[in-house]
Design a protein around this ligand. Structure first.
Ligand code: AGP
Length: 626
């Protein structure tokens, strides 16, 4: 939700900022803007260019302008306060135009700050909360310049001290980067509750909201932590805390390279990411089962025996990750014999659930930065419940705050609609179920090894499912004229029906809903009219015969039925208008195969309708606001 970028030490700072924004555009695309310190050494000047709309509008505005400069900051916006207009685009500047700020997050006490600044005679140029920060920092800087006797800070930057003082006044979440003509080659950044990654190499320092923004320059990164500030200069990066004391973020080496974040010949990132799923599944499982036959987590900070004493599990997540948690529930209940509740994080965090040290809370988030999921995990920890994170981002906020972590190894996902991160979350949830079964001794080691081998065997089967792509594309073109899609399923297929509907509505903007097939006759069947598509997950399971009856019921009322069925199932074939045959696998693992045709269906419907597949309207990849 908003991407910020910064670079100091390169003569072509404007190009570096633009390229960085291109890699971060998936975080928000309502507007884009940049500030560069230009002019001469003796008379530096701050140049700001910003435009509503996608990055292409900013590029167009920058073209033909001469913007030489060695330091710059940029922003790509998902609008919260104020409509997506030029005026509300970031960066925002101080009254005298000498200082610029970009921001990801929400300042919650903006009304009080706005009133205070206006009472002091400050004229505001936008409706945003961010502009207030620009005025606050500039005011603190001016007080410091006038000399208030404050002791020098370890980083020696007046701008850093001004930002430090300003952020003490802020309530809410922020990742901020500030540029000031008074310190032309310095960028100062601060973070609380929104991600910020730093990198330095060979006389250049960078900052970005996520790794995608830095990976073209360096794989050695430092994650800035909450309540830390960073001073970036060409010579290096100094991290300090809010008291000005030297500090350190979390350093690590990124294990993917720049190619992973390119389209590599595919028309869209989403299609590339769908096709990467067999490899992503293999990577997520790689090395998990040790030579001694035991499963281990990636990070484990649980107390001895803590997991063995667990008697209840909550899964908290949002959107697609919530659906992955729903799939995981079936596996945890079946293999680890634990009761599982799956909850939307934004609801869980404001409930009063019964939690204690014997309740395990599993937080699932591909980004590891979703505000509601982080808050739900914190809510659990406050009640001394241990938290286990499933995330695709090493070093993310969620991963750092959890007692244990299982990483999905999907690689970077740029398409806003989650595909390979979902599939690997489901795989990870299955691994977790087996891990809990091992800890609780509800399965024998050979049963765990057998289930794990079945998971590993899904890689080649996923390739077989992808081979249906062309047929699904034809079907999608035929169905794209429908204005309402229903997805139905039972048991472990149900979360896949919900996910299929979410995927379709996200990128095609068509109305789609998923239902438990058994619920149809309690209301939703009234929606069926002649020719309306009903997509059914009807693979082999102990509830398949029940689903067969549900197919007959909707077909009798005129629905066009598309069934995902197990290969060689003549009954389902007879009950459907179109069948997509999937390899025969264990019913708890079938969701991993079944989601792929639904991702492809959503993709091809969106292409047929000429939608912006990778950057659908109103959405952003990482939701760092409530
Ligand atoms: C998925 O297609 C969505 N864009 C969205 O629902 C997403 O899954 C949700 O915002 C949760 O994100 P997270 O996994 O990064 O926490």
């Amino acid at each position: 939700m908003c991407g910020i970028i910064g670079c100091t030490g390169r003569d072509d700072a404007v190009d570096v900022v633009l390229e960085g924004l291109a890699t971060l555009e998936y975080r928000g695309y309502d507007s884009a803007g940049m500030a560069i310190v230009s002019g001469t050494q003796a008379a530096p000047e701050l140049r700001v260019v910003k435009r509503a709309g996608k990055l292409a509008s900013l590029r167009h505005a920058v073209e033909g302008q001469s913007l030489p400069g060695r330091s710059g900051i940029g922003h790509t916006r998902w609008a919260t306060h104020g409509a997506p207009t030029d005026r509300n685009s970031h960066p925002h500047v101080s009254g005298d135009g000498s200082l610029a700020v970009v921001h990801n997050g929400i300042i919650e006490n903006h009304e009080a700050l706005r009133a205070e600044l206006q009472a002091a005679g400050v004229e505001l140029a936008s409706e945003t909360d961010t502009e207030l920060v620009a005025h606050l920092v500039a005011a603190e800087r001016d007080i410091l310049s006038a000399g208030d006797g404050a002791a020098p800070t370890t980083d020696g930057s007046r701008l850093a001290e001004a930002l430090r003082r300003a952020v003490r006044r802020l309530e809410g979440q922020y990742a901020l980067a500030v540029l000031d003509v008074g310190e032309p080659e310095t960028i100062v950044a601060a973070r609380y509750g929104a991600p910020l990654i730093l990198g330095h190499d060979d006389g250049v320092s960078w900052l970005a909201s996520d790794i995608a923004g830095l990976i073209a320059h360096t794989r050695d990164v430092e994650v800035l932590l909450d309540r830390q500030l960073a001073v970036l200069t060409p010579g290096g990066i100094a991290v300090s805390d809010l008291d000005g004391q030297e500090s350190e973020g979390v350093r690590y080496k990124v294990d993917w390279d720049v190619d992973a974040a390119e389209k590599q010949g595919y028309p869209h990132f989403m299609l590339k990411e769908i096709y990467e799923q067999p490899q992503a599944l293999t990577d997520t499982l790689l090395g998990r089962l040790g030579e001694d036959g035991t499963l281990a987590l990636d990070e484990q900070r649980f107390a001895d025996g803590e997991l063995r004493r667990i008697d209840k599990v909550y899964v908290v997540a949002c959107g697609t990750s919530y659906h992955a948690g729903m799939v995981g529930r079936y596996a945890i209940e079946h293999w680890a014999r634990l009761g599982v509740e799956v909850e939307i994080a934004s609801e869980f965090r404001y409930r009063d659930p019964i939690l204690n040290p014997h309740t395990l809370v599993i937080a699932i988030s591909q980004s590891g930065e979703t505000t509601d999921t982080i808050a739900a995990a914190a809510h659990a920890r406050d009640q001394r419940a241990p938290v286990l994170a499933v995330t695709n981002v090493v070093g993310s906020t969620l991963a750092r705050q959890a007692d244990g972590v299982l990483h999905t190894r999907a690689g970077p996902e740029i398409g806003v609609a989650a595909t390979k991160t979902f599939l690997t979350q489901v795989v990870a949830a299955d691994v977790l179920a087996l891990f809990l079964a091992q800890e609780r001794r509800t399965l024998l080691p050979e049963e765990i090894a057998d289930a794990f081998a079945r998971l590993e065997a899904l890689g080649p089967l996923l390739e077989q499912v992808l081979a249906h792509d062309e047929r699904i594309a034809e079907l999608a073109h035929r169905l794209a004229g429908a204005d309402y899609f229903m997805f139905i399923a039972r048991h472990a297929g149900l979360p896949i029906a919900l996910e299929g509907a979410l995927k379709l509505k996200e990128i095609s903007y068509l109305h789609a809903e998923g239902f438990p097939a058994g619920e149809m006759k309690h209301g939703p069947i009234a929606l069926i009219d002649d020719g309306g598509p009903v997509i059914a997950i009807a693979t082999r399971s102990h509830v398949r015969s029940k689903l067969l009856s549900n197919l007959a019921e909707v077909r009798a009322r005129g629905a066009v039925v598309v069934a995902l069925a197990t290969e060689g199932d003549p009954e389902i074939a007879a009950a459907a208008d179109h069948v997509i045959a999937l390899p025969d696998v264990h019913e708890l693992l079938a969701p991993i195969l079944a989601v792929v045709p639904l991702q492809l269906l959503a993709y091809h419907v969106a292409v047929a309708l000429d939608r912006d597949v990778d950057q659908p309207r109103n959405l952003a990849k990482t939701v760092t606001v409530e």
